[in-house]
Design a protein around this ligand. Structure first.
Ligand SMILES: O=P(O)(O)OC[C@@]1(O)O[C@H](CO)[C@@H](O)[C@@H]1O
Ligand SMILES: [Mn+2]
Length: 441
């Protein structure tokens, strides 16, 4: 029997990062969503006439109601609109209710687990939109996602050009050189995770990642299991038979610049034959502002393909071909937008768990995935990653994440103390990163 995991992070500690997220950040995101709907008013009118205008009003009033519930710490209420995941959500809410010991026994924004209430906020945003037909397919975050793609054009062109020059003579590279390039593109994908939009309520002025600056950022990698990723993939490449598969799965996080860095890594995995197929997992609804949906996934590839820049458009053409050939596969699943810890996946979404089991290596991108891997619990900094996963071991896996929330496991004794002394905000600024592996040695 595994020991009970520690308590969940929550907004109960006034002044904590979690508290500020619930108090300020989510209301700001709601305000921005309302503003976005407002700005599209005439577009809705052109498309749907009066009905579109009414729908806009309805969605806005539902979002204002949500913001008010949050700001006055009202009890969390069940979802009302019937979707594939509604019953699971409401069961989870009941479960949370059973854990509350206070007088009225209701889960609330400022006391319930952070992971639960934050996911719930985004799920309610989605509910507000789908309750407002005919604008029920509107993604309130689409604009900001697309904007970051355009704003990071220069960096995107930089890494695409780098990749294209690399793959030109990839066959001639010796082992060491190939490993070196693998490490570089892993790091590009890591620092690409600095760019989520929920951190800054969409006002992002993110770090430009380019290949030359990687050495400078190396000291900020707190857990570095890149060697283990290399041994796993290169050993498999050497020992696998001619027609056997090497499958790497990437559980995606943000669209825009980060998604391009993931595509670059995935392209390199195929070009170097470290993998023969790559499977991607995205969200089925708009999520945490910048997370990738199938629309974002396809949109980025289309944009790349139609770029005027020779290498960016070459990337777009190649990526589309990978999809056509089934060497890149996209999966959507509603589990990714549930509030559950990943250790509940085998129970709640056995089909998804079984799919992940087919991978030889799984990358989990970003902070939210890390929170779900570790259950968003107050683990001690030195507890082994394997233990914090609490039984979630579908295949060898690696978190690729910049630190944006007050949770980190698997550090060396003394490491967290040293960081706190030199940089008190080390856990939440996205300045530090990890490659944290779990799997057989
Ligand atoms: O998963 P991502 O995109 O890396 O980060 C998501 C995030 O911005 O959202 C949460 C706070 O709202 C934090 O866990 C984290 O900072
Ligand atoms: Mn995200």
């Amino acid at each position: 029997m595994m020991a009970e995991p520690p308590a969940s992070l929550s907004a109960q500690d006034e002044g904590s990062y979690v508290y500020l997220t619930i108090k300020d950040r989510i209301p700001q995101i709601l305000t921005k969503a309302i503003d976005t709907l407002h700005r599209h008013k005439s577009e809705f009118f052109e498309k749907y006439g009066e009905k579109g205008m009414e729908a806009e009003k309805k969605a806005i009033s539902l979002l204002s109601k949500l913001r008010n519930e949050l700001q006055t710490d009202k009890p969390i209420t069940p979802l009302v609109e019937k979707l594939a995941d509604t019953d699971i959500w409401n069961q989870y809410l009941e479960h949370q209710q059973s854990l509350v010991s206070e007088t009225d026994g209701k889960p609330r924004w400022f006391c319930s687990p952070w992971l639960f209430v934050e996911c719930y906020a985004y799920r309610r945003i989605h509910e507000a939109v789908i309750q407002s037909p005919p604008i029920d397919d509107f993604d309130v975050f689409k604009e900001s996602k697309q904007q970051t793609f355009f704003e990071s054009q220069e960096s995107i062109i930089g890494i695409c050009t780098y990749l294209q020059e690399l793959v030109k003579n990839i066959e001639d590279l010796d082992e060491n050189h190939l490993k070196n390039e693998f490490f570089k593109l892993l790091q590009v994908s890591l620092w690409g995770n600095k760019c989520d939009l929920s951190m800054s309520a969409g006002n992002v002025s993110f770090q430009k990642t380019n290949i030359d600056s990687l050495e400078h950022f190396k000291p900020f990698i707190l857990v570095n299991d890149m060697e283990r990723l290399w041994s796993l993939l290169s050993n498999r490449k050497k020992t696998r038979g001619k027609d056997t598969v090497s499958r790497v799965d990437i559980v995606l996080d943000n669209s825009g610049f980060e998604l391009v860095t993931d595509f670059i890594l995935a392209d390199f995995l195929l070009s170097s034959k470290l993998a023969t197929e790559v499977h991607f997992y995205g969200k089925t609804i708009p999520w945490f502002v910048s997370d990738t949906t199938i629309h974002d996934f396809n949109w980025i590839i289309e944009q790349a393909k139609h770029s005027n820049h020779k290498w960016l458009s070459k990337c777009g053409v190649d990526w589309e071909n990978y999809i056509k050939m089934g060497r890149w596969v996209y999966h959507g699943h509603f589990f990714w937008t549930l509030p559950h810890e990943f250790w509940a996946m085998s129970q709640v979404a056995p089909d998804l768990y079984a799919e992940l089991q087919k991978a030889h290596l799984i990358f989990f991108k970003g902070d939210l995935n890390y929170r779900k891997l570790t259950g968003d619990r107050k683990w001690e900094f030195t507890i082994p990653f394997h233990q914090a996963l609490n039984g979630f071991h579908p295949a060898p896996l690696c978190s690729i994440r910049t630190l944006k929330s007050e949770i980190q496991v698997g550090l060396q004794p003394g490491q967290s103390e040293q960081l706190t002394a030199s940089d008190p905000d080390w856990l939440t600024t996205g300045k530090y990163g990890i490659f944290q592996f779990d799997g057989p040695l």
